[in-house]
Design a protein around this ligand. Structure first.
Ligand SMILES: Nc1ncnc2c1ncn2[C@@H]1O[C@H](COP(=O)(O)OP(=O)(O)OP(=O)(O)O)[C@@H](O)[C@H]1O
Length: 368
């Protein structure tokens, strides 16, 4: 339902999203004759919009962040006006997950990582990173939003890190929060990076060990329990991304993360994916009806003939893939899939991918 919002300048158009703290609307800015996004807060004791405005004032000009247009109060409700951006990654992936290539997901992941680094460069941590906080436009440019829960992790004048504390109330979103956040430990840069790992794994595979699918929801206690035992290989198939997660988990509270090292690790994963002759399409088979798989396969085959090896256009359920590897040679011509027909796949690539429990679960890999 649309809120009451009378303004000479803005005319509310439609609801873009609703969170715990407020509602975001598309609105016409009559002054500039452009569409903008207005976030109107539900009345709160402690307004989050003041922190959102504080961060936006500083970070607005940076690549991948919305521009702050205006802010104020309507009756007792604070609001902030910013540039209208695209769909959030959660919604977008519900639509494109079945057709997006791993390369493209990693490219999106790199952009998400860069946005987190930029925020950290301004001495803020986000504390509520999740796919819904990254918006993506038609050109696949990624923007970070929602700075209401941000906090300074360092006094930027004195360059003193905030002190360690525990017994803190839970802040954030259980599915993507770091384990230390569940344990009540004060958040710092490492926690945003751990959330990033969970987001990236979710985008790659469409699930996490505590999100078996989009319908089942675990409570915070159960999520915390699973996170205490999760192994890096439960999250990633790529050894570079496994390394990324291990490094992030090894960071101490005040440690300045080596962003360049982390950037190199995701770039390496992307490079391996690009140079690999086999791109694995991670698709949740459970949501595919037989007829929709068949329809996509027909479309995919047609495209392969017309545009041989244009992988980003191909879509396929991994549940339907059956790859055989011949132990006697290093490469194997794979005839099972039209897009791989007559192409040599390095056995090591398949074996490496198949080591991951996530991939194993989806990929019926038959090693002869
Ligand atoms: N500038 C924008 N352009 C387009 N859509 C937006 C914009 N800002 C927010 N949205 C949409 O509104 C949703 C909620 O926004 P936001 O996270 O800022 O609100 P919130 O009330 O703080 O939510 P939460 O409780 O999840 O933190 C986003 O996921 C997105 O879909």
């Amino acid at each position: 339902m649309m809120v009451e919002f009378k303004s000479d300048r803005y005319a509310l158009d439609s609801l873009l999203g609703e969170g715990n703290f407020g509602s975001v609307y598309k609105a016409l800015d009559k002054k500039t004759d452009t569409y903008v996004a207005i976030k109107i807060e539900k009345t709160q004791k402690i307004s989050q919009i003041s922190m959102e405005v504080e961060v936006l004032k500083q970070i607005s000009g940076e690549n991948g962040f919305p521009k702050l247009i205006d802010f104020g109060k309507y009756e007792d409700k604070p609001y902030v006006v910013m540039t209208l951006l695209g769909q959030n990654l959660q919604k977008k992936f519900q639509i494109i997950r079945k057709i997006i290539s791993v390369e493209r997901v990693l490219d999106i992941g790199i952009q998400c990582f860069k946005r987190i680094k930029t925020l950290h460069d301004y001495y803020y941590i986000h504390r509520d990173l999740k796919p819904q906080q990254f918006l993506i436009n038609e050109d696949f440019n990624v923007f970070l939003i929602d700075f209401g829960l941000c906090r300074k992790y360092m006094n930027s004048k004195l360059m003193i890190h905030v002190p360690y504390s525990d017994n803190r109330p839970f802040v954030g979103t259980a599915n993507y929060a770091s384990l230390n956040t569940h344990l009540g430990i004060q958040q710092s840069r490492r926690d945003d990076l751990e959330s990033f790992c969970y987001i990236l794994s979710y985008l790659l595979y469409g699930k996490l060990p505590w999100i078996p699918n989009d319908k089942i929801k675990y409570d915070e206690k159960s999520i915390k329990k699973i996170k205490t035992t999760v192994a890096p290989s439960n999250l990633f198939a790529s050894s570079s991304l496994v390394q990324f997660f291990i490094y992030v988990k090894s960071l101490t509270f005040e440690k300045n993360p080596d962003y360049q090292y982390l950037f190199d690790l995701i770039s390496q994963a992307l490079f391996e994916e690009k140079s690999s002759s086999m791109s694995i399409f991670i698709i949740d088979g459970s949501t595919n009806s037989k007829s929709s798989i068949k329809k996509r396969e027909r479309k995919s085959r047609k495209k392969t003939i017309n545009n041989k090896f244009k992988r980003s256009n191909l879509c396929r359920s991994l549940d339907n893939i059956n790859i055989s590897i011949n132990n006697s040679s290093q490469t194997q011509v794979c005839d099972h899939l039209p897009e791989f027909k007559d192409r040599k796949i390095f056995k090591s690539q398949i074996l490496r991918a198949a080591e991951s429990p996530i991939v194993q679960e989806r990929l019926k890999c038959c090693v002869m």
